[in-house]
Design a protein around this ligand. Structure first.
Ligand code: URA
Length: 430
């Protein structure tokens, strides 16, 4: 009963707006990992943290306790510098797919532990799993081999069970208790995994807008600054870009659709916004690795990034030449009038893709690899009445009405001249 008593005192300390001591934080995270603090107690504490916040010392200590709940990886002995990128999640965010091989092609090792999608935002592993044969599970010795191999240099895989296990349990709990949207909890969750992963440097892509966790630029700034501080204090060179997520990235949202678009980018084409963000993040990653004399735009255009993509996919069992899965049914949404597309809402498109089968309702559900939304116009584009605006892809045609409902009001055609929303909004560094 000592543990229960202590859990109550930790919860009431935070509930009453007081600071948690280092010993309280260490104890509660450790006892939760061991199962001594019950899920309902941790959920109550997460709600108290969401309502009352945590200061810089508390967040740093919480992050440290989450890291120490499991094993730390170390790639410090590799012959090349390591840099990772993490996005806080958005709609159509396939940037890791072209970015990891691009940065590897420029001489940096990219150990990228990624996640699966939940809700309206997609997950990198779900996208890559749409490539026939590709496997998300890679052992640490194999990761090391791939990172050290100059022809590969990047690995995108699932985190092992012993990487910040306290975060895995806590995140699943937050997801079902309305406690995801807390800056201290998001920052410590992301940074505990990234610091435990053993990367020397990190570039954060903090999304802001309707399709992101952070709807508001001030909140995004605070989240970015908190994460940059956590990384820097832990000895990981960390910088963040705030990037727009009012409208989806690129022209596809959905697993195989996004892989095809990423391959187009690696082949030197693809949508301008995906190319712009990929190159901007690659520049930041190279700078963090101390490389200033290589232009990633060239490595993308001349096929070097594509070579690394093919090697990286093949090294994880995938066939880079295999046809990608396609959905059985499509439904085309046409423009009702001519004009300029002035709005295409990321949340509406993300929700539609999810309902079509691209995402999952709960952890462990299967996804439809071919499902999603193809966007034939983006904000700023001129459209003509009757032209296809969106194509919905699904194996479950009964989902189409719900997807159409999600898109209701999500796009607006106006008469004013088009403006293209900016991608990179701000850079945050200490
Ligand atoms: N991603 C994470 O890993 N953790 C959060 O809390 C939110 C997004």
């Amino acid at each position: 009963m000592v543990g229960v008593h202590s859990a109550v005192s930790v919860i009431t300390t935070k509930r009453d707006g007081e600071e948690l001591g280092d010993d309280q934080i260490d104890w509660v995270v450790d006892a939760f990992t061991r199962g001594e603090v019950a899920d309902y107690q941790m959920a109550a504490l997460a709600m108290a943290i969401l309502c009352r916040g945590m200061n810089r010392r508390e967040i740093a200590r919480w992050t440290r306790a989450m890291i120490e709940s499991g094993q730390r990886m170390d790639f410090g002995d590799l012959p090349r510098p390591t840099v990772d990128k993490h996005s806080t999640g958005g709609v159509g965010d396939k940037i890791t797919l072209p970015l990891a091989p691009l940065v590897a092609a420029c001489g940096v090792a990219v150990p990228q532990l990624s996640g699966r999608g939940l809700g309206h935002t997609g997950g990198t592993l779900d996208k890559l799993e749409s490539i026939p044969g590709w496997k998300a599970d890679v052992s640490v010795p194999r990761m090391r081999e791939m990172l050290a191999d100059p022809a590969i240099g990047a690995v995108v895989c699932a985190a092992g069970a012993d990487l910040a296990p306290a975060d895995k349990r806590l995140y699943a709990l937050r997801d079902v208790t309305g406690t995801v949207e807390s800056i201290p909890l998001i920052a410590s969750s992301i940074m505990s995994k990234k610091i435990a992963e053993g990367t020397a440097a990190l570039v954060l892509d903090v999304k802001v807008g309707s399709g992101a966790f952070m709807k508001d630029i001030d909140d995004a700034r605070e989240l970015a600054r908190t994460m940059v501080e956590l990384g820097t204090d832990a000895g990981v060179r960390t910088v963040a870009l705030l990037t727009g997520m009012d409208t989806p990235l690129g022209r596809t949202a959905g697993n195989a659709l996004e892989v095809a678009e990423s391959v187009a980018v690696l082949a030197g084409g693809g949508p301008a916004d995906v190319v712009e963000l990929t190159v901007a993040l690659a520049r930041e990653m190279l700078a963090q690795a101390g490389i200033h004399d290589i232009d990633p735009a060239e490595a993308l255009a001349d096929g070097r990034a594509m070579d690394h993509w093919r090697a990286m996919i093949a090294a994880q069992g995938g066939d880079p030449d295999a046809p990608l899965p396609r959905a059985k049914q499509i439904e085309v949404v046409k423009a009702e009038q001519s004009g300029t597309l002035t709005r295409l809402d990321a949340m509406g498109v993300g929700l539609a893709a999810w309902r079509l089968g691209a995402g999952r309702a709960k952890q462990g559900d299967p996804v439809q690899f071919g499902a999603g939304v193809e966007m034939h116009a983006k904000p700023g584009d001129s459209v003509t009445a009757g032209q296809p605006l969106l194509t919905l892809h699904t194996n479950t045609p009964e989902a189409i009405p719900a997807a159409l409902e999600a898109l209701h009001g999500a796009y607006v055609i106006g008469s004013e001249p088009g403006t293209v929303p900016p991608i990179v909004l701000e850079r945050i560094a200490l």
